[in-house]
Write a protein that binds this ligand. Structure first.
Ligand SMILES: NC(=O)c1ccc[n+]([C@@H]2O[C@H](COP(=O)([O-])OP(=O)(O)OC[C@H]3O[C@@H](n4cnc5c(N)ncnc54)[C@H](O)[C@@H]3O)[C@@H](O)[C@H]2O)c1
Length: 480
């Protein structure tokens, strides 16, 4: 292995975890792109041309599964969230929990003490493969660091499992294609979890857009800006300092989907429109190297991090769609401004903006509506899916205002009823490919780069598939 390749795999923790010898070795081009060695992003059009859609996964419905038998791979911060939600969802059954840290996987199992669930636990470096190979599991939920998601998802689909990955689903363009090709080949669901799509105002605006309340949607502003400085420099918050290492080895928007997911649904991306090209611009890093150096002055643990150069504080990516819409997507995980999930929709007849709070709507007269009129519009456009679980979410004190619970409930409800999922593999690929493409643009003086069409032209006839008014299904109970 070349020295710089080895250094990358050591840094990212891939060596020794059963991943370095797998396909991810060839696919993880991100660090090499920084060195100008390899560049799959630049090759994205060639990769698109080489793809033949075997089967259109848009609108795909698998046979109903009455009892959904679940495995979770990665039980750090995010994995247990699925446990806390899905143990309340009728028909969900945990069969396996897997994490290379035995204490984490045991702690995850303890969360299920006193319930009907009794999952097996796994903590070997390659045990995630054993989990995928089991024949009594329907759904594998992958909540490991994001650069591991694809190799695990592909393996799980190849072993007949439906897959949910945490966001982003993939780290390179090749990985995006791997997800698409494997889902089409195996006809297994591959959903990237994006709970922000289930926030009440985001769902309201989706319904309003579908009913023409914005006229033609022209532009979307979106962001996930939330300082992770304390978490990233904590010795214990993330496994093996993986996020800090990502900040040191990448440029561009490395966490695009919280902002982009809801806007993409409203613009019917992959279902009537698609991303055409993007440009990305990034500030310098004004904080991370300084923080690493400050910590290294008194603690040798941080010395390797003090030598690194980090991704900039703020990334702004502009996307143009094939049907002529525009999107401005931001990501900043450093500066201590208040957390914001900007969600701005601008159309020919109306507009919406959330963050800063309170949310606002406009209906075409160049002013935000009054509080009274907002309430009327809220009543008119709040979809059934939001109403469905709002009381239950409050009772269960579900995190992020119940959006995770709503997403997880809806996933199990769709699987039990044999319905298409709210997001499919093309969403996972299109939303995640912003990671490598924005990096390419940043490293190339913000030049534009095409976004591949992961649907191979099917976007022209694919139908919207997020059934926010619960015309089908909706009969899965939440168990208090
Ligand atoms: N709102 C959201 O959608 C949301 C929120 C938080 C995190 N995330 C995503 O969830 C993922 C996990 O983030 P996190 O904060 O939980 O990180 P984390 O470091 O807390 O958890 C990752 C876990 O993966 C385990 N792991 C590493 N290699 C493994 C292997 N080979 N086999 C099994 N387990 C392995 C680690 O031990 C660790 O416990 C990330 O992709 C992140 O982007 C999404």
């Amino acid at each position: 292995m070349k020295n710089n390749r080895r250094k990358f795999f050591e840094k990212t923790g891939l060596i020794g975890l059963g991943l370095a010898g797998s396909g991810i070795l060839q696919r993880s081009t991100q660090a090499m792109a920084l060195n100008g060695e390899m560049d799959t992003a630049r090759l994205s059009k060639q990769l698109e041309k080489a793809h033949v859609q075997r089967f259109n996964m848009s609108g795909f419905a698998a046979p109903p599964i009455e009892k959904v038998r679940i495995a979770i791979i990665g039980t750090g911060n995010r994995g247990p969230n699925y446990i806390d939600n899905m143990r309340h969802v009728e028909g969900a059954e945990f069969k396996a929990l897997c994490d290379i840290r035995p204490d984490k996987v045991q702690a995850a199992k303890v969360r299920l003490a006193g319930t009907k669930h009794d999952p097996d636990v796994y903590s070997g470096a390659e045990d995630w493969k054993r989990v995928c190979e089991r024949d009594d599991i329907d759904l594998v939920i992958i909540t490991t660091p994001f650069y591991m998601h694809t190799v695990m998802a592909v393996y799980a689909m190849n072993h007949g499992k439906h897959v949910v990955t945490a966001c982003p689903a993939a780290a390179t363009i090749q990985e995006c294609w791997d997800l698409v090709e494997t889902a089409e080949k195996t006809r297994r669901h591959c959903k990237m979890s994006e709970d922000v799509n289930y926030m009440p105002f985001h769902l309201l605006t989706l319904n309003m857009a579908r009913q023409g309340g914005f006229g033609e949607v022209v532009h979307g502003d979106c962001a996930y800006n939330s300082s992770k400085m304390a978490n990233n420099f904590s010795k214990t918050f993330y496994w093996d300092m993986w996020w800090l290492k990502q900040y040191a080895s990448r440029r561009g928007n490395i966490y695009p989907t919280h902002g982009l997911g809801p806007v993409s649904s409203i613009m019917n991306i992959n279902r009537g429109d698609k991303f055409e090209f993007l440009v990305s611009i990034e500030s310098n890093d004004f904080m991370m190297k300084a923080k690493a150096q400050e910590l290294a002055a008194t603690d040798d643990f941080y010395k390797p991090f003090a030598a690194d150069n980090y991704r900039g504080n703020m990334n702004v990516t502009l996307i143009r769609t094939t049907m002529g819409r525009t999107i401005m997507l931001q990501h900043d995980a450093t500066d201590p401004s208040p957390e914001t999930y900007i969600h701005g929709i601008y159309g020919t007849k109306g507009a919406a903006l959330q963050y800063p709070l309170a949310p606002r709507l406009a209906v075409g007269n160049m002013r935000w509506v009054s509080q009274e009129q907002f309430k009327e519009l809220e009543d008119k456009y709040t979809p059934q899916i939001t109403r469905k679980l709002s009381d239950v979410a409050i009772q269960l004190k579900s995190s992020e205002g119940g959006t995770d619970l709503l997403e997880d409930w809806r996933l199990i409800d769709c699987l039990r009823n044999g319905l298409p999922l709210d997001m499919d593999v093309y969403d996972a690929a299109a939303w995640s490919c912003i990671v490598p493409l924005s990096q390419w643009s940043v490293l190339n003086r913000s030049n534009s780069i095409d976004v591949p069409d992961f649907t191979a032209g099917a976007w022209k006839s694919n139908k919207p598939n997020m059934d926010i008014n619960l015309e089908q299904g909706g009969n899965t109970k939440v168990l208090i």
